[in-house]
Design a protein around this ligand. Structure first.
Ligand SMILES: [Zn+2]
Length: 283
């Protein structure tokens, strides 16, 4: 039976509400307003400048949101669909080339956190020694398993295994516990193991687009990192930064002429201010 520590003050409802609304990356409760999107508010942390949804959604709202995630996403994009697999694969191959990772997964044990319908598991099945995907979306996992991919519906923080590589493709911005995810990855990796993170990044592009920025997606994107804040959390956890790349001009395909998008994407990448970051961290 749990015992109550009488020295621990009981938090009032107001205090609980305030702690829920403090930055989950650095704990600060001071912030300034950034924008309103679809009836939700985004604020910027006064200390670490991570832009977060305010207030944060509740855990149950998040779980509920992902129940039919594939159906939700497939309504307006090829993301998570068979049609989108080649695009996913090409993007990842480009990112691996940029990060100096080509051929670096041969024989490795990989865990893909937030695997969705298993596209990365499918892509790496031949090259990796072993690869497993986990996701909280039952719908995505059942579609992955229909394709005989090694994917399971599991909570990453409850997992206790050793891997050579842990990947988090656009996951860290979705969780209420980004710090714990990164610390847990450190614990689970073999010595010299790699953590690969890709996530949207706050900067001149997010500022320029304002509320129209493609990554302001309430309930899904609840912590949008700055590059500094992401690096800080990872180095605090014990990781060393091996390589990183920023890419993406913030323009979705079809919203501007293809040649304009190409020129802007190239500029954002070459000059290092893209609105997405992919980084490799070493234990
Ligand atoms: Zn903060």
């Amino acid at each position: 039976m749990p015992t109550l520590n009488m020295n621990t003050p009981v938090k009032t409802d107001m205090e609980l509400q305030m702690s829920r609304d403090s930055c989950m990356v650095c704990g600060t409760s001071e912030f300034k307003a950034v924008c309103e999107k679809s009836g939700f508010i985004y604020v910027s942390c006064a200390t670490c400048e991570v832009v977060r949804q305010f207030p944060y959604p509740e855990e149950y709202e998040i779980v509920e949101y992902y129940t039919d995630y594939k159906t939700k996403k497939a309504a307006d994009s090829v993301y998570l669909t068979d049609a989108g697999f080649e695009i996913f694969k090409r993007d990842k191959e480009l990112t691996f080339a940029d990060l100096g990772l080509v051929g670096g997964f041969v024989g490795k044990s990989i865990l893909d956190v937030g695997c969705g319908t298993g596209q990365f598991v499918q892509m790496m099945a031949q090259e990796a020694g072993s690869i497993k995907g986990i996701d909280i979306s039952g719908e995505c996992i059942s579609l992955a398993r229909d394709r005989n991919l090694n994917c399971e519906s599991q909570d990453f923080l409850a997992l206790n295994e050793v891997h050579d590589v842990i990947t988090m493709w656009h996951i860290i911005e979705h969780t209420l516990k980004p710090r714990q995810y990164i610390e847990h990855a450190y614990q689970m990796l073999a010595s010299g193991g790699l953590l690969l993170i890709e996530t949207p990044v706050i900067g001149v592009i997010s500022t320029g687009f304002g509320a129209d920025w493609r990554y302001f997606m309430p309930v899904e994107h609840i912590n949008l990192f700055t590059q500094n804040a992401l690096f800080r959390v990872c180095t605090d956890a014990g990781f060393r930064i091996q390589s990183w790349i920023r890419f993406g001009s913030g323009n979705e395909a079809g919203t501007v002429p293809a040649s304009n998008k190409r020129a802007m994407d190239l500029s954002a990448k070459k000059l290092g201010f893209g609105d997405t970051i992919a980084a490799v961290f070493v234990k």
